[in-house]
Design a protein. Structure first.
Length: 256
């Protein structure tokens, strides 16, 4: 029998309709979690809920959520709390990626990327904090290796993820006395819409290439399931003494 670290735990995951968020949801369902999945793709989130319930017998509910809208974020957290009356883990995973030459990026795009990838985290953490303090729960946010190392043609994305990392460390310190843990995972390139679904930009400098994974068998890129376990670890009691950690999960893409 596999690990069951999330029996009787309620976990709220944003951006769980596809990609990394879906893989995290199914991984946690396999470990017994009660799931609340929030996404602007409500149909996709419903499908993940159905799969989690059928394959793993857990309770799972989908909630419509637009990370670009602060009021939607606050409402979504209230709706999630109304379902089960408690929250043990919040996984901030919803995100977007915008690529172009820096000179062609607009202020509106910069604001959109920051709004969805960073400000949304402020709004929902703010709203969820009383419940997380009550449960001595935890927050795991999806940052990116781009937030540590930068990434060509996506300065806004990289800066938004650097913001998530700084926020994670700041809140880990501030809320340690209340027993709430804050950690972040920095995936490298993963096969999802964001990671591999976008076509190359025009006039991309051929000298600037994607760094492949160095792990045998994962030469090109990781799969969402390759990173889901790191989220499960950080959200579980196995990580009870881990807070403020920024865990790189990239198959050795960014080292060496
Ligand atoms: N794939 C990669 O290579 C990679 C690497 C590092 C970090 N990440 C991060 O992982 C997270 C998940 O991305 P993914 O790679 O699985 O891509 P994805 O596009 O498959 O998943 C993104 C999810 O977020 C949801 N979403 C997007 N905008 C939203 C909004 N405004 N409101 C609510 N939900 C919204 C989408 O519907 C989708 O379910 C993102 O935060 C991304 O930045 C991805």
């Amino acid at each position: 029998m596999g690990l069951k670290r999330f029996d009787n735990k309620v976990v709220l995951i944003t951006g769980a309709a596809t990609g990394i968020g879906r893989a995290i949801a199914l991984r946690l369902a396999a470990e017994g979690a009660t799931l609340v999945l929030a996404d602007r793709n409500l149909e996709g989130a419903h499908q993940v809920c159905t799969r989690a319930a059928e394959e793993f017998g857990v309770r799972a509910a989908a909630i419509a959520y637009d990370a670009a809208d602060a009021a939607s974020g606050r409402r979504m957290v209230d709706d999630a709390l109304a379902l089960h009356g408690r929250l043990d883990s919040l996984i901030n995973n919803a995100g977007i990626y915008r690529r172009d030459h820096f000179s062609k990026q607009t202020g509106d795009e910069w604001s959109l990327v920051f709004g969805i990838n960073l400000e949304s985290v402020f709004h929902i953490v703010h709203q969820a904090l009383p419940a997380l303090i009550a449960s001595r729960g935890n927050v795991v946010s999806t940052a990116s290796t781009a937030g540590l190392d930068g990434i060509a043609y996506a300065a806004a994305y990289a800066a938004s993820k650097a913001g998530v990392i700084a926020m994670t460390k700041s809140l880990a310190t501030e809320y340690a006395p209340k027993g709430v843990r804050f950690n972040a995972v920095c995936p490298g390139r993963v096969r999802t819409e964001i990671g591999t679904g976008l076509s190359p930009i025009e006039d991309q400098d051929p000298a600037i290439s994607v760094r492949p994974s160095k792990l045998l068998g994962k030469i090109e890129t990781g799969e969402p399931e390759d990173v889901a376990g790191a989220f499960a670890y950080l959200a579980s009691d196995d990580a009870a003494y881990v807070s403020g950690a920024i865990l790189v999960v990239d198959g050795a893409q960014t080292v060496g």
